[in-house]
Write a protein that binds this ligand. Structure first.
Ligand code: ACO
Length: 336
């Protein structure tokens, strides 16, 4: 029987500080009513100023390792668009701080699809026999790249981290990851972007001038992205369910990237999946980018909407543009 990556543990963490819509409305020209009705979000967790993405990733990673009852893995993959520093990658520091010795470690940049891309990379390493076990984390502190005066992004994003431990197993086991459906469209790279600070538009310095970037903040063309996200996620989710031989009625839970409640409802409607079969925690955590899917999985386990044996479809869409999905039967796990 072919060697397959199986989910053996899961954990997630959000920073304790909660920022409500009303708090945002005291600073920005917005309102609780606007944010709730346009996004479904009531609050988000925001990292303290001295917290970096690796701090969140270490908390989530420790919980995932505990859930898998293991203290070692061969690889650590961190999906993030908000690395601690542009160079080096964040994953090696996360691996060291988790006591994982000299485990191989690298970052994946696929914005809000980063967790699914990383899961596919980890599963591929296991299927190829390069690794026996992989810790796959999604971690982002978008609060560090948001324009303080941009109400459309500040209303949406929150900080968090989550991840799973993958290990070698058999394709018919619960938790086994099947074929992934992954894609990108670089024609849309300007729709979700941090325009400056990279090699296209580097940080400038000059005599007597502090180093500065022309536009160091995250920018998103929300309306165009919205349409793309709905079409891409619905089609991709249907493809992976179909590849497993499941019709839509057989899907117990759709765990979509928690970008916006309206997007998730539109994806469900397009798939003809009852809306109640979508995992939702965007109301409590906002859009946590690469952390979104593992955070939603842990919350769904906690509230009983995700149970062992469930047929689950994971789907995401994000900057790049990137999107993708995978389908699995949920294993019997206790979140760390
Ligand atoms: N409060 C009040 N008004 C606001 C706010 C706010 N927080 N934000 C925007 N507005 C205003 C706009 O300025 C605009 O005003 P105007 O008509 O006077 O110009 C009006 O509301 C409508 O703006 P839209 O951008 O069309 O609002 P929309 O209903 O689309 O909601 C949002 C914006 C929430 C960002 C939505 O477009 C969205 O969720 N888009 C998709 C996000 C997504 O899926 N991203 C991909 C993954 S994320 C990633 O990869 C990082």
């Amino acid at each position: 029987m072919s060697r397959t990556a199986v989910i053996r543990g899961i954990g997630a963490w959000v920073p304790p500080r909660i920022v409500t819509n009303d708090e945002l409305a005291r600073e920005l020209d917005t309102s609780d009513e606007w944010i709730r009705s346009r996004t479904g979000i009531s609050q988000r967790h925001i990292a303290d100023p001295d917290m970096a993405t690796s701090d969140l990733a270490v908390e989530a990673g420790g919980r995932a390792l505990k859930s898998a009852s293991t203290a070692s893995v061969d690889f650590v993959i961190v999906a993030t668009s908000t690395p601690d520093r542009p160079c080096p990658a964040t994953a090696p520091s996360v691996a060291s701080r988790l006591g994982l010795g000299t485990a191989a470690a690298f970052d994946v940049g696929a914005v809000c699809t980063g967790f699914l891309y990383s899961l596919a990379a980890g599963a591929g390493l296991i299927a190829a026999g390069t690794a026996e076990s992989v810790l796959v984390l999604g971690a982002d502190t978008f609060s560090t790249i948001l324009d303080p005066v941009d109400r459309s992004t500040r209303a949406v994003f929150g900080d968090g981290a989550g991840g799973v431990v993958l290990a070698a197993g058999a394709p018919d086991e619960p938790g086994a990851l099947g074929r992934f459906d992954l894609a990108s469209d670089g024609e849309g790279s300007d729709l979700i972007t941090v325009p400056s600070g990279g090699s296209r538009d580097p940080v400038r310095t000059g005599p007597g001038r502090a180093a500065e970037a022309a536009d160091p903040y995250f920018r998103m063309e929300g309306r165009t992205v919205f349409r793309n996200a709905v079409e891409r996620m619905a089609a991709s989710a249907l493809r992976v369910a179909g590849a497993r031989g499941w019709d839509v009625g057989a899907v117990d839970l759709l765990v979509a990237h928690q970008a916006n409640l309206r997007i998730m409802n539109a994806v469900a409607d397009r798939m003809r999946l009852p809306r109640e079969r979508c995992a939702v925690n965007v109301d409590r955590v906002g859009n946590t980018a690469a952390a979104s899917i593992p955070l939603a999985l842990v919350d769904a386990m906690d509230d009983g909407t995700l149970r062992p044996g469930h047929r689950v479809v994971l789907t995401a869409f994000g900057g790049g543009l990137t999107w993708g999905s995978c389908a699995l039967r949920w294993p019997d796990l206790v979140a760390g």
